[in-house]
Design a protein around this ligand. Structure first.
Ligand code: PXP
Length: 245
């Protein structure tokens, strides 16, 4: 696979849901996703992304309220069309709101929105977010018809689902070609292009080299690395509190 150098300035948004996932494993107050967001910003993140799921399995309403109050970059809230979640997001008025599909049993967002037929809840969600002043982005597969449908819905931005690329990049060029083509087409018809899902330190470069993409949303890989690179410091701090034999 050829990897061309990054040719454009691209915003990096950090998805901090996994900090809350770890907290919820114990239902306690650490680690704090808001502190995670603060550290991510200090390290150069251009924005913070958090997904408020209908079942509140990781991020809670209060996390979002605190993020809205404290972050100094930009907040991108991911949400499905659930009315309760929508009420909260409209009240918080984030810089950006990304509409994603959501199924209770999924581990993470597994595919893009299905825009092949009219969905009154999606229309209402877009209208209400617009009225709240949020920049609306739709999370879709890198597919021409989905991009055209997003354009027809009148949103300014789309986020291309990079999951297929993330699962197949070792096997060939097809999925990255699809992302390149989708990005070019979306830009040509006037949509801002973002991308994310499954991007890692090993597979991000070809995506980061697509000139039409202006923003990447990355969570799992960065938080995985953060946990391991922080291990020495964390163990050392505890070691100093406990008498050594
Ligand atoms: N973009 C969207 C819309 C997502 O739902 C997610 C996963 O929460 C991401 C980006 C980040 O994906 P990952 O955690 O695999 O980097």
């Amino acid at each position: 696979m050829t990897v061309s150098p990054v040719s454009n300035a691209m915003r990096l948004y950090i998805n901090i849901d996994h900090v809350a996932t770890l907290r919820e494993a114990r239902k306690t107050d650490e680690p704090d996703p808001v502190e995670g967001a603060r550290l991510a910003e200090r390290a150069g993140a251009d924005g913070i992304t958090a997904h408020l799921r209908e079942d509140r399995r990781h991020i809670h309403d209060r996390d979002l309220e605190r993020l809205r109050e404290t972050i100094t970059t930009r907040l991108n809230i991911e949400l499905a069309t659930d009315p309760g979640v929508l009420d909260l997001v409209c009240r918080l008025q984030p810089y950006q709101a990304t509409i994603v599909p959501e199924r209770r049993e999924e581990i993470t967002t597994e595919g893009g929105l299905d825009l092949s037929r009219e969905d009154p809840r999606l229309r209402t969600t877009i209208d209400r977010l617009n009225a709240a002043g949020a920049r609306v982005s739709l999370f879709i597969d890198p597919d021409r018809r989905a991009i055209e449908a997003a354009k027809e819905l009148g949103v300014p931005a789309i986020e291309l689902h990079t999951g297929r690329y993330a699962h197949t990049w070792r096997a060939g060029e097809h999925a990255i070609d699809q992302l390149r083509e989708a990005s070019r087409f979306a830009r040509k018809i006037g949509l801002a292009v973002q991308a994310g899902h499954g991007l890692t330190y090993l597979n991000v470069s070809p995506v980061a080299a697509i000139p039409e993409i202006e923003e990447l949303n990355i969570g799992h890989s960065i938080l995985s690395r953060a946990m391991l690179t922080g291990m020495s410091e964390a163990v050392g701090a505890m070691r100093r509190l406990i008498p050594a034999g």
